[in-house]
Design a protein around this ligand. Structure first.
Ligand code: GSH
Length: 262
């Protein structure tokens, strides 16, 4: 492989696709009106590890008897660039799924960043959020941990293991090391407690399962579960299976997305 000679100032020579594709700039690329359903909560998402968490959370709330958390779930096709349409950027200027609009009150509320969406829903409906101060702090520790840690798995390991045009040893080694360190960390944590924050299932379990549980299940990046030897993380594996068996998780994964149209 030839070594990259770094210019003094980087310039972008990538694709100039009108709608999709990475660019070094943020903001609206085209006008697009997103549909609104009748339900109080409007979710704009996709079946990725970040995207599945909102439907799982909303199905868990249903399971817990919350009747006011009805939702319409719309598909944002990030491959086609829907995240750069004007309405979506108006909800989430960062152009990443998932995003939520709560239209249940006098003024609508726009929420983005997955951990914030989970916290917003948990606080609004007073569910899946520990009450005891120390347990709540522990839950927050792990919820924020997921936000910081998962990009090393998705943007680092997953990208270089699966998506990169050529397999390169240096980045694959670097991110495999970090991903396995994280798996070991979770495995050690779950050796001593049934759920992420302690004795009870919480939004931290939803956030972490959607990345690390799916990785252990072999649902992310073909061949990666074997490559990472996920079966060696026994406690993490048992927790993964326990969460996967929850009816709300199964429903959240199976729920159908509505089309946003053209
Ligand atoms: N920190 C964000 C990350 C969300 C994220 O990375 N979403 C990805 C899909 S999993 C996305 O929308 N990518 C579109 C793009 O990068 O253009 C969160 O936790 O909500």
């Amino acid at each position: 492989m030839t070594e990259y000679v770094k210019p003094q100032v980087w310039s972008w020579e990538g694709e100039k696709d009108e709608r999709s594709g990475n660019r070094p700039t943020a903001g609206i690329r085209f006008e697009q009106v997103l549909p609104r359903g009748e339900q109080p909560l409007q979710v704009y998402s996709l079946g990725t590890p970040n995207g599945i968490k909102v439907a799982i959370m909303l199905e868990e709330l249903k399971e817990l008897g919350v009747t006011e958390a009805g939702y319409d779930l719309f598909l944002i096709n990030i491959g086609k660039g829907d995240q750069f349409g004007s309405d979506f950027v108006g909800i989430n200027p960062n152009s990443k799924i998932p995003a939520l609009v709560d239209q249940s009150g006098d003024e609508e509320v726009k929420v983005f960043e997955l951990a914030h969406i989970l916290l917003y829903l948990a606080e609004k409906y007073d569910k899946l959020l520990p009450k005891a101060v120390h347990t709540k702090i522990e839950m927050m520790n792990w919820l924020f941990w997921q936000t910081g840690a998962a990009p090393f798995v998705g943007g680092g390991f997953g990208h270089f293991f699966h998506y990169a045009p050529t397999a390169q040893e240096y980045p694959i080694n670097r991110y495999t090391m970090e991903t396995k360190r994280q798996l070991d960390l979770l495995n050690q944590l779950l050796a001593g407690r049934p759920y992420i924050a302690g004795d009870d299932y919480s939004i931290a379990d939803i956030a972490i399962w959607s990345w690390y549980g799916r990785l252990v299940e072999g649902k992310l990046y073909p061949g990666s579960a074997t490559f990472l030897d996920v079966n060696s993380y026994k406690h993490l594996k048992a927790w993964t299976e326990k969460i996967a068996a929850r009816p709300a998780v199964q429903r959240g994964l199976a729920v159908e997305y509505k089309s946003i149209g053209k």
